[in-house]
Design a protein around this ligand. Structure first.
Ligand SMILES: [Zn+2]
Length: 258
């Protein structure tokens, strides 16, 4: 801390907040989306099927190598080291799998190839295998990107204003409460959002990514939600069959079939 440094008074802070409010972008910016696109080099918009597939093959290869190393060497570790090694494997493998999930996300944005049907087929298989509803989420996620940060129209996360906070916010506003909230959001939040649209944009009737009648979707999109559900049920059934064949613990720990 240098000598002579002065700290802002309460009045300074208040004035600065007022200045921030004045600077809030309530008018249209002096450029358009087309101007931003023009400033980006054109090669950034070129899609390459071969390069996209190479990313997918690369990630799947890393998944296989990690799986092979884990299932070969972790069982050989002396007790109780496997109890430590398996969660480390889950974390590392999860980091690679999120890369595969992001490739599915890119398919939803039609960034994988020049062919929409190829993008949809690859994205549908990838996301179904990762228990993500491909078409349902693709549709709502597109709307999220066009309304990001809007209190009225953002699809995914609409923060509550102070006046709308319930009593739970008061009880959870402490280190333990915040830790619990984070734990639930990071472990189950994604599935709760998909199932009941928790924290999402309010609709006048029940909204769910699994329900073809949900108000999230238009009439001509409902068949895609049905296809999405068939993909999820099919992969869940495959997991169930693997569990009956190899044992639940094997599937849970390493998705291992001997
Ligand atoms: Zn996106």
């Amino acid at each position: 801390m240098g000598a002579g440094r002065s700290y802002p008074s309460d009045l300074d802070v208040k004035n600065s907040e007022t200045q921030s409010s004045k600077r809030a972008p309530t008018t249209k910016p002096p450029f358009t989306l087309a101007d931003i696109k023009k400033a980006i080099p054109p090669q950034c918009f070129e899609r390459s099927l071969i390069r996209s597939f190479s990313y997918l093959v690369h990630d799947l290869t890393v998944v296989w190598i990690l799986y092979y190393l884990a299932t070969t060497y972790i069982p050989q570790l002396p007790h109780p080291l496997p109890y430590l090694a398996w969660p480390v494997y889950w974390f590392v493998q999860g980091c690679v799998f999120i890369g595969i999930w992001v490739i599915g996300h890119e398919c939803g944005h039609h960034a994988f190839s020049d062919y929409v049907w190829v993008d949809d087929c690859i994205g549908f298989v990838i996301h179904s295998c990762l228990l993500t509803p491909y078409f349902s989420w693709k549709i709502s996620h597109r709307r999220h990107h066009s309304n990001t940060g809007s209190f009225d129209r953002d699809e995914v996360y609409v923060p509550k204003t102070k006046s709308k906070l319930g009593s739970s916010a008061f009880y959870l506003d402490n280190p333990i409460g915040r830790t619990l909230t984070l734990a639930v959001k990071l472990s189950l939040g994604w599935y709760i959002y998909l199932s009941i649209n928790a924290a999402g944009r309010p609709y006048d009737k029940f909204a769910s990514h699994y329900d073809p009648r949900s108000p999230i979707f238009s009439d001509n999109e409902r068949v895609l939600i049905l296809i999405t559900d068939i993909g999820l049920v099919s992969f869940s059934w495959l997991l169930y069959k693997m569990a009956t064949f190899a044992g639940f613990a094997n599937v849970f720990v390493s998705t291992e079939v001997r």
